[in-house]
Every structure is written in C-alpha cells, then in structure tokens.
Design a binder for this molecule. Structure first.
Ligand code: SF4
Ligand SMILES: [Zn+2]
Ligand SMILES: [Zn+2]
Length: 310
C-alpha cells in the first residue's frame, strides 16, 4: 500500500479512513487530527493554561506530547491511585516522560489525601467496585487541582474507543443524565469547575498506539488490574467486532451522537449543580459524591460505638 499523502511505501493502514501513511506523514496526520478537533470544538487557545491529566498510558502521554509540540502551555497532573505495582510503574512512566521533555508534572497521591484514599482501601471500606470509587476520586481531584492551580482547562486523553464504549453503556441503560453530559467539551457550569475537553475523542486507540510507538514514548502497556472483567472492556470488544466487519462504525456512532443525540438530551436534562456542604465544590445534592464517599470510608473505619466523624 502507498502513502495517501506522498505515495511512498505506507507503514500504517487506517481502514476506517480508507487511507495509509508513511511514518512522517502519519505523524503529520495525527497532529492535524488533534488540532482539527481542538479548533472545530473551540476547546482552547494558545493563551490558556492547560492541565493535562496523565495516567502513564499511551493516550494521555501521546496527547501531552502533541500539545507540547504544538506550543500549548501545558502542565501534567498525575493522580496516584495506590493500586500496588501498577500505580508505581505508571507513576514512573509519567515522571520520566515529563523529565525528558522538561515539562512540569504535578502529583496528587490518594494514600496521602483525607483519611487515606487509595482505591483498594476505599473500595474495601465502602464495598463499592474499585472503578466506581476511582471515577469519583478522579473527578474530584482533577477538579480541585485545576481550580487550585488556576488553570482554565482540564484536558483528558479519552479516545474514540473510550467514548464509543461509554456511549454504548449509557445507551444500553438509557442513562439520560449521563447522555446529556457526555460531550467532547464540557463548559464550566459552575465557578469552581473549569472547562473539560477531550481532544482525542475521534482518534482510535490503535491510532494513538501507533503515534506513541513512532514517537518512542515509553508508556505503561499493562492494564490496571481492576480493568479485568470491567464492562467497558466488554463494550470495547463488541465495538471492535462491529468495526472489523464495518470500518468507520465507531466514528459514526460517536460523531452522530455528538451532532444530533447529545443536544436533544442536554435540552431536557439541564440540572444546575449546587454547592457541597462539606468541601464547597459543586454538587448534585447536599454533599458532592466525593464527600459522600469519604464519609462512608470514615464511618467504616470508626471504632464500633463511636460516632461517625462529621
Ligand atoms: S480500571 Fe478502574 S480502578 Fe483501574 S484505573 Fe480504570 S477506573 Fe480506576
Ligand atoms: Zn507519506
Ligand atoms: Zn464535597
């Protein structure tokens, strides 16, 4: 196969785009895809300060690489989840990436927050599945870090496969409030929220992996141990089978939802956040979901007979 751009020998074939690229043209294509998404969705400008959430995995590091190369003002944020050797190795990858490129990386470690909030401990104390506790932690600490650092935008590395799997989960249960909030740009709906954006939302996991490989990015290849058996992976598998039979399915599913489905849900599901009575962050209810979770952890750790901490 020949490169669609320069007719040299292609190194990558993208069936969904009916295209193939040599290495230099692929790197050009990938960056242009990211820049197009940023411009088309008005995600951010070169004058804004971006906080990039990095996990040590390929998507977030590839994204940080592109944004830094394109001259955006970026700072990385690594959230240490306390998931044993997996967290230690992913922290190492994020640190090394930042050091090599002389980029600033901020680190928040869950073990050192509140009463000690490592994901396995919180999951055990509250009998919640780890991924549910993890989602609440990520949202809270990303929001508070962005606010405390005075950043205008929080950038995450969610890719097309993530968005398609999430959409499938939301549709299968018709979670209208979740469908209303699933979009590539979430404007700041409260003075304590910053804008949240996903520049890779139309770029597949495969495309990001190829970019990371070509750029020599050293990322954590292994999945989080809690991902095994997670429904997200089942949805990704189903979607990959559909994609294999009909290339372009994932992109059409996600893009059409954002174009026509999401605005319809947003029009009827527009609940404004209140203020959390405990931490002062935005909340849907008297306490935000983070503070509710922390209370559960504290209540479970209190000695029998003692009152739960306020
Ligand atoms: S698999 Fe679950 S616990 Fe692991 S990082 Fe993802 S959401 Fe968190
Ligand atoms: Zn080429
Ligand atoms: Zn709170």
């Amino acid at each position: 196969m020949k490169c669609t751009r320069c007719r040299a020998k292609a190194e990558v074939e993208l069936r969904a785009h009916n295209a193939g690229f040599c290495r230099p043209c692929y790197l050009f294509y990938f960056r242009r895809q990211v820049e197009r998404a940023i411009a088309a969705e008005r995600m951010f400008t070169h004058d804004e300060r971006l906080l990039v959430a990095v996990s040590g995995g390929k998507d977030s590091l590839a994204l940080w690489d592109v944004l830094a190369e394109c001259g955006y003002a970026t700072t990385g944020l690594y959230l240490g989840l306390g998931i044993g050797a997996y967290s230690a190795r992913s922290h190492e990858k994020a640190l090394k990436f930042a050091e090599q490129r002389e980029l600033e990386l901020r680190v928040v470690t869950l073990e050192e927050e509140g009463p000690g909030l490592a994901i396995p401990d919180v999951a055990a104390a509250t009998r919640r599945v780890p991924c549910s506790a993890c989602g609440t932690m990520k949202r809270h600490f990303f929001d508070t870090a962005a606010l405390a650092g005075g950043f205008e935008v929080l950038v995450t590395g969610h890719n097309l496969d993530d968005e398609a799997a999430r959409l499938m989960g939301n549709v299968l249960r018709w979670q209208r409030d979740h469908l209303a909030r699933q979009r590539p740009v979430l404007p700041a709906t409260h003075p304590k929220f910053v804008r949240k954006v996903k520049p890779l939302y139309l770029i597949s996991e495969y495309e990001t992996a190829v970019y990371a490989f070509m750029r020599g990015i050293d990322y954590i290849v292994e999945e989080c141990p809690n991902a095994v058996g997670a429904t997200q992976l089942l949805y990704k598998d189903v979607l990959n089978r559909l994609e294999h039979a009909s290339p372009g399915t994932k992109q059409a599913f996600v893009q059409e939802f954002f174009r026509s489905g999401q605005p319809a849900f947003a029009a009827v599901e527009n609940e404004e956040p209140q203020v959390c009575g405990q931490c002062g962050m935005p909340a849907y209810g008297t306490l935000c979901s983070f503070c509710r979770l922390v209370r559960q952890v504290e209540a479970r750790r209190s000695p029998p007979g003692a009152a739960a901490p306020a």
